[in-house]
Design a protein around this ligand. Structure first.
Ligand code: UT7
Length: 327
């Protein structure tokens, strides 16, 4: 039996905010943001639109394109850093209810921006083990809702959106999910986090402000980590799979910062044209960034069935990982 990505969908909020617009309310500029990150625009979900709302829109499109109904799903894996509720219940359960996926189990997977890659391997293994036939993976992120708009170090980097895939069993090997590497380094737990509000640093009545609970990042620490692990992941995935870079049609990385990928490409002597980027338009949408990029490639006809695509990600945890899919 083989396991493959059957279909894909995404949801992008309509509200498009350019760097110039941001610089009207913050001490920043289009020139700084573009030259330090490659980002030009981000999309921002309206007030009242939740992570589960965006997830449902992306999931409905993936189901429709896959010729399935919500009742065909056996499992929903939702990846996010911005759940509808703190801790519990899982946002996946909210999505299960909104979709009417009455035969599905549902849980959230917390692996930072690497969440989609972790979920793809887990979905594959659930199908191989016979636990499920059709798994919905939906990565949905409302990062602008947890951003401190007074912190220019982070507020300019993130956007909102969702991407979804249906993972199914297949009787042929035209398309498949192949090798994966899933890793972590928890010594970096506090370089990328929401500090206040958990058990370690609880809310304090009358003292805790919204900005205490917002996304915090030591950008330079994450940058160094990201260049190192992206380089390692690409090299190791190719070696493990007995492939050369010429066998790969596209590398689709987590869309965080174009400079991270330029540095990794240079170290590996891989032409930058092998990498698919759309962070210019969407900024960093954490675990949603890879499925949003794959969906865009699908809609633009940039990949055809059988193409080998290498995915890499890194993020809060710290986590990192990669996988090769035959589309
Ligand atoms: O998915 C999560 C993964 N996260 C990431 O991938 C982020 C990884 N890190 C990065 O991408 C980069 O470290 C950043 C884009 C966050 C920062 O770029 P940098 O080249 O490392 O800048 P820096 O932190 O060294 O700051 C350089 C200068 C500082 O000013 P001074 O101290 O030199 O006067 C900052 O205050 O740039 C200033 N700065 C800004 N200026 C204008 C920082 N943010 C901004 C801003 N606009 N938005």
């Amino acid at each position: 039996m083989n396991v493959y990505i059957r279909s894909i969908g995404a949801y992008i909020p309509e509200n498009r905010v350019t760097n110039d617009e941001l610089s009207k309310t913050m001490d920043t500029s289009d020139e700084w943001i573009k030259s330090h990150t490659g980002i030009e625009v981000r999309h921002i979900a309206a007030d009242g639109v939740t992570t589960s709302d965006m997830a449902v829109s992306a999931a409905k499109l993936a189901l429709e394109r896959g010729g399935l109904t919500a009742e065909d799903l056996d499992m929903i894996i939702l990846t996010t850093a911005t759940p509808d509720y703190i801790g519990f219940p899982a946002t996946a359960c909210v999505v299960q209810d909104k979709l009417g996926a009455k035969n599905a189990g549902a849980f959230d997977m917390v692996a930072g921006c690497t969440g989609f890659i972790y979920a793809v391997d887990n979905a594959k293994n659930m199908i191989l083990a016979g636990t499920a036939k059709h798994v919905l993976i939906v990565s949905s992120e409302s990062l602008t809702k947890i951003s401190n708009m007074e912190d220019r170090d982070t507020a300019v980097l993130f956007g909102d959106g969702a991407g979804a895939v249906i993972v199914s069993e297949s009787s042929n090997d035209e398309s498949s999910i192949e090798n994966a590497i899933l890793k972590s380094d928890g010594s970096g737990a506090e370089v990328l986090m929401r500090k206040i509000g958990g058990v370690k640093y609880p809310f304090e009545d009358g003292k805790t402000t919204f900005n205490d609970t917002a996304l915090y990042m030591d950008g330079q620490a994450v940058y160094k980590f990201a260049v190192k692990v992206n380089t390692e992941l690409i090299k190791e995935l190719l070696e493990r799979s007995n492939l050369s870079i010429d066998d790969i049609s596209w590398i689709v990385p987590h869309q965080a910062n174009i400079r991270i990928l330029q540095a990794a490409a240079k170290r590996l002597r891989i032409p930058l044209e092998k990498f698919y980027f759309n962070l210019m338009e969407y900024a960093n949408t954490s675990s949603a960034s890879i499925p949003i990029a794959l969906n865009e490639m699908y809609e633009k006809g940039e990949m055809k069935r059988g193409d080998k695509i290498l995915l890499t990600g890194f993020g809060a945890g710290l986590t990192y990982g990669g996988t090769i899919i035959k589309w």
